[in-house]
Design a protein around this ligand. Structure first.
Ligand SMILES: *Cc1c(COP(=O)(O)O)cnc(C)c1O
Length: 468
C-alpha cells in the first residue's frame, strides 16, 4: 500500500465496469450513474483529506456504495401503494383514487391527442374545460365555474382577481395552516391583498366583521372551512348566511375556501345511514345557497377526483378570475382535466358507486368485517397468527377532522415487531401502508380498494417471511 491513500482512489472507469454498476447504468443511463461514481469517489477523497478515513475504498467497495446510491434514487420514484391506513384521503398517498371511468379517460387521452382547446364542430379554438365547468354549474347551482391546478391555486387566483390592493377580513380562528405549506395569511399576502384580522381565535361574531368594516373599507370577507381541525368549548362563528347578509349590506364580497367540498350531501347517502359518521361535510351547493359569492374547493378530496382546484360562484367574478394573468400559470393540466370530466360525469349520471371514495364510505360495516375475516382466514391457513379488530377510519385530506366511520382491520403482532413488518410492507411492490398501534400492525379493510385483496395477503406473507 502506498503512503498516500489519495493515489489509491479507484478510477471512474474501473468502478463503472463492475457488474452492479453496469446494471444500474442500464436502468438509469450512463450519465446519471457516472455522476454517482464521481460523487462516491469525491466523498472518499474529502474524507481522506479530513482525516476521517485512512485508506481509499477498493473498486468493489466503491461499486457497492454506488449500487446503494442508485437504489436510493430508484426508490424515490413514485410507486403504487395499497392504502390500508384507515385514512381515505391520505395526502401523502395522493388523496383520492380515481374511478374506473376516470382511469379509462386518462388512458385514452394519454395515448393520443385531445380536443383540449379546439371546437371540433368549427375547427376553431374552443374553450378549455367547458364540459367540467358546465357540470360544476349543474352540480352546485352556481352561475359559473372555473377549474385550476388545486384549491390553494383557486384561493390565490380568486383573491388576486377580486381583492388585490384591498383589504380582506378573516376571523382570527381561521388564520390556519392546512396540509403542509398552505397558510392562509401567506396566500393572502401573495395575492396582493391586505389581511385584516377579525374577532378572536375562539369567538368571532358578525358584529366583529361589521365593526372592522366601519373602521376601514375592505374588498372581501374570506371564510375558511375548519376541516382539518376542530375547535370545541367556548367557541362561536357566524352562520355563512349571516355573513353573506352583512357582506351584501356593506357591498363587500364573501369568498369561501371550502377545502374538501362535497358535491353531494354525505349524510343522505347509503342505506341505513351507512355514511352517517361523515355527515356534516358542507356541500359547495349549500355554500352557494347560503350566499357566498365565490367558493373554492379541491378535486381530490371528498369529491373523489384528480388533483384540481375548483371555483364556483357569480359569473362576473368567475370571469374576472378567468381573465387574470395568474389563471394561465395555475391552469389544470390535460390529464387531470379529463379525469375530472369523467368523475363529474359519474355525478351527473348519479353513479356515485363509481367514485371509489364514496363507494368505500357507503360500504356497509358487515361487508367490511367479512372482508377482514377473509384476509384473516387466508393468512391463518398459512400459519400466520392474526386477529380481526374494530377500528375507525377517518376522511383525511383536511376534511371532517373529528368524524369517524366504523371499520375493521386485521392486527398482526409478528415476533420481529410490528414496525419491522410495516417497514417491509412499505418496501414491497406494490407497497402497502398500514398503521402501527399499541404494538400491532393494523391493515384496514375499508380503505383498501376493491380488487386488491390478493395482493395484500400475498404481500403480508412475503413480508413476514422477510422479517421472521
Ligand atoms: C385542503 C385545503 C386546501 C388546499 O387544497 P389543495 O387542493 O391541496 O390545494 C385549502 N383550503 C382548505 C380549507 C383545505 O381544506
Amino acid at each position: 500500500m502506498s503512503q498516500n491513500p489519495l493515489r489509491e482512489l479507484p478510477r471512474v472507469d474501473r468502478v463503472l465496469a463492475r457488474p452492479e454498476v453496469a446494471r444500474a447504468a442500464a436502468e438509469l443511463g450512463a450519465p446519471v450513474v457516472t455522476a454517482l461514481v464521481r460523487a462516491e469517489i469525491e466523498e472518499a477523497r474529502r474524507e481522506i483529506l479530513a482525516g476521517a478515513r485512512l485508506t481509499a475504498p477498493t473498486v468493489e467497495e466503491a461499486a457497492e456504495a454506488v449500487g446503494r446510491r442508485a437504489a436510493a434514487l430508484v426508490a424515490g420514484r413514485t410507486r403504487r401503494v395499497l392504502n390500508a391506513t384507515g385514512v381515505f384521503l391520505h395526502t401523502n398517498l395522493g388523496r383520492a383514487p380515481l374511478s374506473e371511468p376516470a382511469q379509462r379517460a386518462l388512458a385514452e387521452s394519454a395515448s393520443g391527442y385531445a380536443s383540449l382547446e379546439m371546437d371540433l364542430e368549427t375547427g376553431k379554438r374552443g374553450g378549455r374545460a367547458a364540459f367540467a365547468e358546465a357540470a360544476l354549474v349543474a352540480l352546485t347551482g352556481a352561475e359559473a365555474a372555473l377549474v385550476v391546478n388545486n384549491c390553494a391555486a383557486a384561493v390565490l387566483l380568486v383573491l388576486a382577481s377580486v381583492a388585490a390592493g384591498g383589504r380582506v377580513l378573516v376571523s382570527r380562528g381561521e388564520l390556519v395552516e392546512i396540509g403542509g405549506s398552505f397558510r392562509v395569511p401567506d396566500i393572502l399576502r401573495e395575492s396582493g391583498a391586505e389581511l385584516r384580522e377579525v374577532g378572536t381565535t375562539n369567538r368571532t361574531r358578525v358584529a366583529d366583521y361589521a365593526r372592522a368594516l366601519d373602521e376601514a373599507p375592505a374588498h372581501a370577507i374570506l371564510r375558511v372551512h375548519q376541516g382539518n381541525f376542530r375547535m370545541t368549548g367556548f367557541v362561536e362563528r357566524p352562520a355563512l348566511s349571516d355573513l353573506a347578509e352583512l357582506a351584501r349590506e356593506r357591498g363587500v364580497l364573501l369568498v369561501k375556501d371550502l377545502g374538501g367540498g362535497a358535491l353531494v350531501d354525505l349524510s343522505e347517502l347509503g342505506e341505513g345511514g351507512a355514511s352517517r359518521g361523515f355527515s356534516g361535510e358542507p356541500t359547495a351547493a349549500a355554500c352557494i345557497r347560503a350566499g357566498a359569492d365565490l367558493v373554492c374547493f379541491s378535486g381530490d378530496k371528498v369529491l373523489g377526483g384528480p388533483q384540481a382546484g375548483i371555483v364556483v360562484g357569480k359569473r362576473a367574478l368567475v370571469d374576472r378570475a378567468r381573465r387574470h394573468p395568474l389563471a394561465r400559470a395555475l391552469r389544470l393540466g390535460r390529464l387531470p382535466l379529463v379525469a375530472l370530466e369523467a368523475t363529474l360525469a359519474s355525478y351527473l349520471r348519479g353513479s356515485l358507486d363509481d367514485v371509489p371514495v364514496l363507494a368505500a364510505i357507503l360500504r356497509p360495516l358487515d361487508e367490511v368485517a367479512a372482508r377482514a375475516e377473509r384476509w384473516a382466514v387466508a393468512l391463518r391457513a398459512r400459519g400466520v397468527e392474526v386477529a380481526v379488530v374494530e377500528t375507525e377510519v377517518e376522511m383525511g385530506g383536511g376534511a371532517l377532522a373529528d368524524r369517524h366511520l366504523a371499520s375493521r382491520a386485521i392486527a398482526l403482532r409478528p415476533p420481529g415487531g410490528a414496525d419491522a413488518l410495516a417497514a417491509a410492507l412499505r418496501r414491497g411492490s406494490p407497497a402497502i401502508v398500514g398503521r402501527v398501534e399499541e404494538g400491532a400492525l393494523l391493515l384496514d379493510a375499508r380503505t383498501l380498494l376493491a380488487g386488491e385483496d390478493n395482493l395484500l395477503v400475498d404481500a403480508v406473507l412475503a413480508a413476514l417471511g422477510a422479517v421472521r
